[in-house]
Design a protein around this ligand. Structure first.
Ligand code: C5P
Length: 410
């Protein structure tokens, strides 16, 4: 319920992408938002107010002169309780109206009449030539300058058969952008590096050693950090998870590749969160060719050597970023966690029980710092990731009154 309690005005203007607004309405209400739909006359050519009313559960407004609003001023009434206005799809015509501040229908008047505290987001949707037209480019620049945020557009196949920039983002992408835009920004201006997932240590070209880390916790943290305003780079081992929107992803396989990618990316980072389950050892005698199965007496003999400890190496750098480690233990988490924090030389270490979380959507965290430990109660990884990121944000501005770390239990 990422939008619980939020009032969103969803404006539809004329475009084939109106069909995505139906799905968007479902996603917004599913995320806990109340959705007030306002449509232009052109939008009603593409999808009916009936559909949008059924999906939003609220009367849809299309007319500036709608007498159902008590004071007959829908452009004022509909925006006063709004937490945000999202225009999706936003046509080239509507973008030009916004750029000029024109008020010749309900939706454009409502946008201009919104209080300064109500953010306006627009999701452009138009043909590639229309998007690239100098007038549209100018209008897009102008609305951005006026503080209106553009979500997208994306490039791809268009309804007209042409290909290029101008496709509206998908409903799920718009939800993600809206949730991100409305989130608190305690990490604004900060650069954060995150490692996630397992590593894969080759035995031969077709076999290797890895572990059960799914990457879900690290990906959730990267996403939460981006929502909190950070510029996030995610270095991850082999996982098939989609990259969180707005996060720069670097794929690696082995621990040494992860080490090299991290060391190349670490200059300029303010925070480093090592969530990856990095293999402790790699195969020293990895074979260039596939090992052939022979008889039972000639089993392959693997030799191991230790991988570099990425977290400890970063933590020991002069001017190191604020380092957060993870410990996935199978038992006695409290004792192992504090010892590991000290061994790694990091101010904060997050403990979890590996077998109870690897591959799952839920987790339970214990935070260790120099003054003890505190638990974050069991929850889904997304909720825990947001709590952890908020906690890191508080620790980074420790000196600011009213932003103390969590109360210790030990
Ligand atoms: O020593 P252990 O693997 O239990 O430490 C876990 C923490 O250290 C995690 O934050 C993990 O990402 C990090 N780590 C690392 N490089 C290694 C081993 C672990 O960064 N080679």
């Amino acid at each position: 319920m990422d939008l619980a309690g939020k009032n969103i005005v969803l404006g539809l203007t004329g475009g084939v992408a109106c069909y995505k607004a139906a799905e968007l309405t479902r996603l917004l209400t599913g995320a806990g938002a109340s959705v007030q739909v306002v449509m232009t006359a052109a939008a009603c050519q593409f999808i009916t107010p009936v559909t949008m009313q059924a999906l939003s559960g609220r009367t849809v407004y299309t007319d500036q002169w709608d007498a159902r609003i008590a004071n007959n001023m829908p452009h004022i009434d509909l925006s006063r309780d709004a937490d945000a206005i999202l225009i999706a799809p936003c046509s080239a015509d509507f973008l030009s109206k916004l750029a000029q501040g024109r008020c010749d229908d309900l939706l454009s008047t409502l946008c201009v009449a919104r209080p300064a505290t109500v953010p306006l987001f627009v999701a452009p949707a138009m043909n590639v030539e229309m998007w690239q037209n100098p007038s549209t480019r100018r209008n897009a620049r102008q609305v951005a300058e006026d503080g209106i945020r553009l979500f997208g557009p994306a490039a791809g196949q268009q309804a007209c058969g042409e290909v290029g920039m101008g496709r509206m983002l998908e409903a799920a992408e718009l939800l993600e952008e809206l949730v991100c835009a409305l989130a608190a920004k305690p990490l604004a201006g900060k650069k954060m590096l995150v490692t996630a997932g397992p590593t894969y240590e080759a035995i031969d070209p077709v076999r290797g050693i890895t572990n059960l880390s799914s990457g879900k916790m690290g990906f959730a943290i990267a996403r939460a950090a981006r929502h909190a305003g950070a510029d996030v780079t995610l270095v991850c081992g082999p996982v098939s998870l989609p990259t969180p929107a707005g996060v720069q992803r670097i794929n690696v396989q082995s621990a040494r590749q992860m080490h090299d990618a991290v060391m190349a990316a670490v200059p300029g980072q303010q925070v480093f969160i090592a969530v990856a389950a990095v293999a402790d050892w790699r195969v020293a005698n990895a074979s260039a060719q596939k090992l052939k199965k022979q008889d039972e007496r000639s089993l392959p003999q693997l030799a191991f050597e230790q991988n570099p400890d990425i977290l400890a190496t970063v933590a020991a750098l002069p001017g190191a970023p604020y380092c957060v480690g993870f410990a996935a233990e199978s038992e006695n988490l409290v004792a192992h966690g504090q010892a590991k924090r000290i061994r790694k030389g990091v101010p904060l270490l997050v403990g979890n029980l590996g077998p109870q979380t690897f591959g799952l959507d839920t987790n339970e965290l214990i935070l260790f710092d120099e003054s003890g430990h505190v638990s974050l109660p069991a929850g889904d990884k997304w909720t825990l990731a947001r709590e952890l990121v908020a906690e890191i944000g508080r620790r980074l501005v420790h000196a600011t009154p009213g932003t103390q770390p969590l109360k210790r239990t030990a």
